[in-house]
Design a protein around this ligand. Structure first.
Ligand SMILES: [Zn+2]
Length: 266
């Protein structure tokens, strides 16, 4: 955050969404590294049915790696690119089901070193991260939008060529089951849920507020997660096929939810 390249990413996302119904949620976050402007980008695609499904991805990269060549090809870029393609799929028609809102959120990453990359743990993740998406959740709680949200789907680190999406214990079990069913229908089940994990990610503020959530994350990036939060997180580790798998499963999940009436209790 605060860099010229961060601004370039924002401008790129906004340019790709030209002509769509886009809202910008901009505010100042007080972080252990000082005050920063945080900028969430929200694109709304209408559906025929009352209710909203949110699909989110963070687009920021780690502030504490700013003096390295870090680009976050998988952690930040893969899922943000995927959401742009989902926008391409939704654009220009009324979705036969719930409205789909895409959120590119800012300031997901901790500002201080978070124990990765051999750096010392300085602050717990949940006290120094998720700045952008927390603001979205708070805003939607205050204005009543939250009650209309049927599900919150999150994509993070989904580009790994060796794709193994975790079953996340911090997500909503029945919604994880729907994701598993969607994967099975498409023949992609071998890329899902071989591993179980408990992931602190952008879905936490929505989980805390009672919204059903599923985090689609492959939190084993290279042997022992060795590429995570390092300058080795580069595009050569990724595969377009992985993005296609996760994108297709997300859209299939939306289609299953569109037809589930009523949805299970939270
Ligand atoms: Zn990260």
């Amino acid at each position: 955050m605060g860099s010229a390249n961060h601004k370039k990413v924002e401008d790129y996302l906004t340019a790709q969404l030209r002509g769509d119904q886009v809202e910008h949620d901009t505010f100042t976050a007080d972080t252990p590294e000082g005050k920063f402007t945080v900028h969430n980008i929200i694109a709304k695609f209408p559906g025929s049915k009352e209710g909203i499904i949110v699909i989110a991805s963070h687009y920021d990269t780690n502030y504490f790696l700013r003096k390295t060549s870090y680009v976050g090809a998988n952690d930040g870029a893969s899922s943000s690119g995927l959401l742009l393609e989902i926008a391409n799929q939704l654009r220009g028609k009324i979705h036969d089901g719930y409205s789909v809102w895409l959120v590119w959120d800012d300031a997901e990453e901790a500002m201080k070193p978070d124990g990765s990359g051999g750096l010392p743990q300085e602050m717990p993740f949940d006290q120094d991260s998720l700045y952008g998406i927390t603001h979205v959740a708070q805003t939607w709680q205050a204005d009543g939008t939250l009650k209309r949200i049927k599900a919150f789907l999150l994509a993070d680190m989904i580009g790994d060529a060796d794709l193994n999406i975790d079953r996340d214990l911090n997500s909503t079990p029945w919604l994880e089951d729907v994701v598993g069913e969607a994967a099975k229908r498409l023949g992609y089940q071998s890329h899902f849920f071989a591993r179980t994990n408990q992931v602190g990610d952008d879905h936490i503020p929505f989980m805390k507020r009672g919204v059903p959530c599923a985090d689609l994350i492959d939190f084993m990036y290279g042997y022992n997660n060795v590429f995570w939060h390092t300058p080795q997180d580069t595009v050569d580790k990724l595969s377009p096929k992985s993005l296609e798998i996760v994108g297709s499963v997300m859209l299939e999940t939306v289609h299953i939810l569109d037809k589930m009436d009523p949805l299970p209790p939270k």
